[in-house]
Design a protein around this ligand. Sequence first.
Ligand code: HEM
Length: 417
Amino acid sequence: MSDTSARRLTTGPWSAVTLPVALLRDGYLFWEGRRRRTGGETVQARLLTERATAVRGADAAHFFYGDFFDGERATERSSALPMTQVGALFGRGPVHTLDGAQHAHRKAVFNGLLGAEAARDVTTGLAARWDERAPRWSGAVDVFDEIGPMLLEVGCDWAGIPLADDEIAGRTRDMLAMVDGFGAPSGRQLRARRARRRTDAWSQALVEESRRSPADAGPPRPLDVVARHRDEHGRLLPAHTAAVEVVNLIRPLVAVSWLVAGLFEALDVHPRTRDDVLAERVSTTNVAQEVRRTYPFVPFLAARATRDLSWDGVAIPAGTLVVLDVWGTNHDPRIWRDPDAFDPSRFQRTPVTPYNLVPQGGGSREGGHRCPGEDVTLAVLGTLVDRVAALRYRVVGPRAQLRRMPPRPRLLVHAGR
Ligand code: HEM
């Protein structure tokens, strides 16, 4: 980081921003509410100790991700993440919080692992499990209780992580709890931290075991690739950091449960789309994209300006936060006509670009922080669109609310005749 003023506002890894009451009250609509009140596109707010400027839209996403000055980045991630809120979600020292060469080096591991082969392994295992289990569902079924374990199992199979049958329920609960705690008041946050401690301890034992086993004992599993990864100076990562990154292979995959819940909700509320899927009148990829666009999951992303910036005529002083309103961009009427409608055919009119649809971040996954798991996520949803459409069910609650971040990890459907 070039500008020391940028660090003034943080005092330690777990002590940056605590979310304000208004954010907890308004949830995904927090920035939209401010835009309505001020009449401006770019809005500023204090997130307790921090000054934040929120931008939205495709050009704004380009600004957020492509903000170079004289070849140097004008923002950084390392001091921007509010660890009091997201520490349990990401753990300590993950790739999300790195900048520059350190980030590029670590990110390459994820990009290398999460390619077409991973998508194939995960979806093959998922389809087999769904086809065996879903026909037996009857009566009240909690989507998270069913999908979460399937995703954990296929994730561990793919990554080469041993998983005993009696571990599945508890580990799935912990993965979901770590995600459920972000941006939440104390109860959920405490549960998330306990889940994080248990999961990191489990993962660290896996890392140590992988490091002890002979390197030529067969092709390295994704677990081994991460466990034995060396940093840009050729040093093994601290075991705890490697453990956090192993969890970063599995926890977000289990979190795709939220989007699967969104798929169940969408096809229940929009029976015409369901009919279109069954009659093959709509592309399953477009249905998956529309679920990612409309389901409230990631609210916004933050970076810290390391020099004075300005966007849309609004000054963003060095040391303050630049926020990309993810929800606002995915619902920006300048990009998406009738943005609140669920309409998979909109992607025929408006093709996806690196900056207009940002549920998993924007820009380039090689050069920036964009999610490396996006193809796997789309493959999972694409595998399930037909299957959910073919299932007889109706949603009996509770549906996703825009105020709760993230939506409650519970969706009850009544399955069967
Ligand atoms: C529900 C599905 C998912 C959502 C909504 C999601 C969302 C995101 C978002 C918003 C980011 C940050 C982008 C940024 O800061 O610019 C991110 C980064 C990341 N995601 Fe995902 N993700 C999902 C699935 C996955 C999967 C399946 C994996 C791996 C198996 C994964 C691994 C990661 C990693 C390692 C990063 C850090 C990338 C970096 O900082 O360079 N995600 N994800």
